[in-house]
Design a protein around this ligand. Structure first.
Ligand code: ZN
Length: 404
């Protein structure tokens, strides 16, 4: 095995130091050395450079357990850098500016249809959102160190484009390049479920968990996996596409072009499409005047409309089949279900849990906690921002833009 290069080791050590300080809030050098496994000399060296670069600072406290002895703790300078996270959905664009700690300084959700629009139109929307949020946070554009965009679909992170996305049209210039050209800020394009997985790892249910899976249920069904503390990206970088695993061969047509994908039964989009068909035949009492929306469907199902109860039940069972497969293959400590789609609650998750229990070996089943977590739009954007921050934590100090 070749030894890791000095630059790589430096990046990893710096990341571990900054991330430990971020997680702890404030921490002594001795504790940092203990947690990161780095020598005291290495910690002293790295923290001295981080202090000189104003990325962290020293703060003094009195230790009540030791007769008020003076203690020096290290804390992150939240204002050392700012980043922007964007989440693209079929019917909205969410944008958030965060500081170095991933705390939101300003955010906006723009209810605009992005699906089937040209990539240039989507890039214009992103530009508007970023400029608005940066101004609202009382910052200037040149204080933004990077932009992360979370988008559903098969994303090539390196090249900054989507092999396939249910949103903007195919065959266009890479969205990342369009945004970078407009704003002149380094931009990263990432699968949206990966972004939310990173958010869970940084400040959600995945904090401190080495092996976990996040399944997102919204207009589509996404997945991100953390294996041994690292986001799993697969051989080509596309990573896990759980929503497009076929669970019903020859079944419903999916937006990706195949038949019988999980997403074609579980996503908000597919539930709504099926419910509209049922409504056209049965016309149950519906308080909303316009076209039937997902809230109407959930309300009617909760009131016991039998066809809709069956619809959510089938979605839950198919989801359970998929989740059971993940538990058998990956043996994760946690499976976190996130996104707007979790509003369906027990109508979907009770049948899901029953199938998971039935299809998993008890040892594996009992080792996995299933967590259902409603996730806000700004949390998705915050996840995209933390992807940028994660890269920033590894960057040589002089490449982080100076705060003016
Ligand atoms: Zn599909």
């Amino acid at each position: 095995m070749r030894p890791a290069s000095r630059d790589l080791m430096r990046a990893i050590n710096q990341f571990n130091v900054l991330n430990t300080i971020r997680t702890a809030g404030s921490v002594s050098r001795t504790k940092l050395s203990e947690i990161t496994g780095q020598s005291r000399a290495s910690v002293t060296n790295i923290t001295a450079r981080l202090i000189a670069e104003n990325l962290i600072y020293e703060k003094e406290t009195r230790d009540s357990a030791h007769r008020g002895r003076r203690r020096v703790l290290l804390a992150l300078n939240a204002d050392a850098a700012y980043v922007v996270g964007i989440k693209l959905s079929a019917f909205r664009v969410s944008c958030a500016v965060t500081d170095m700690q991933a705390d939101i300084r300003s955010s906006i959700v723009m209810p605009v249809r992005t699906s089937e629009r040209p990539a240039g139109f989507v890039a214009d929307l992103i530009e508007e959102g970023v400029r608005h949020c940066v101004k609202d946070a009382r910052l200037k554009m040149d204080q933004i160190a990077g932009i992360g965009i979370g988008v559903p679909g098969f994303v090539d992170r390196k090249e900054g484009f989507c092999h396939w996305t249910p949103l903007y049209r195919k065959g266009e210039r890479p969205l990342r390049d369009l945004v970078e050209k407009r704003l002149e800020i380094p931009t990263t394009l990432e699968n949206d479920a990966n972004a939310v997985t990173m958010a869970h790892q940084w400040f959600g249910d995945g904090k401190g968990v080495q092996n976990f899976v996040v399944i997102t249920i919204e207009d589509g069904v996404g997945m991100g996996a953390v294996v041994n503390g690292q986001l799993y990206r697969g051989a080509t970088g596309v990573g896990a596409e759980f929503g497009h695993v076929v669970v019903a061969p020859g079944g419903n047509l999916c937006r990706c072009g195949k038949r019988g994908c999980l997403e074609a039964y579980v996503s908000d989009f597919s539930i709504l499409a099926a419910a509209r068909k049922i409504y056209a035949d049965l016309r149950w009492e519906c308080p909303s005047r316009g076209e039937l929306d997902l809230e109407d469907v959930m309300d009617a199902a909760r009131r016991g409309q039998p066809e809709l109860v069956r619809l959510f039940g089938r979605a839950g069972r198919l989801l359970g089949q998929g989740v059971a497969g993940l538990i058998q293959i990956l043996n994760p400590s946690k499976i976190i279900l996130s996104g707007q789609g979790v509003r369906a609650g027990d109508m979907m998750f009770a049948p899901m849990r029953a199938v998971v229990a039935e299809q998993c070996n008890p040892t594996l089943h009992d080792a996995t906690e299933i967590v259902i977590h409603k996730w806000q739009d700004t949390d998705w954007a915050r996840g995209a921002a933390s992807l940028v921050l994660q890269a920033l934590y590894k960057t040589p100090f002089e490449k982080i833009r100076p705060v003016i």
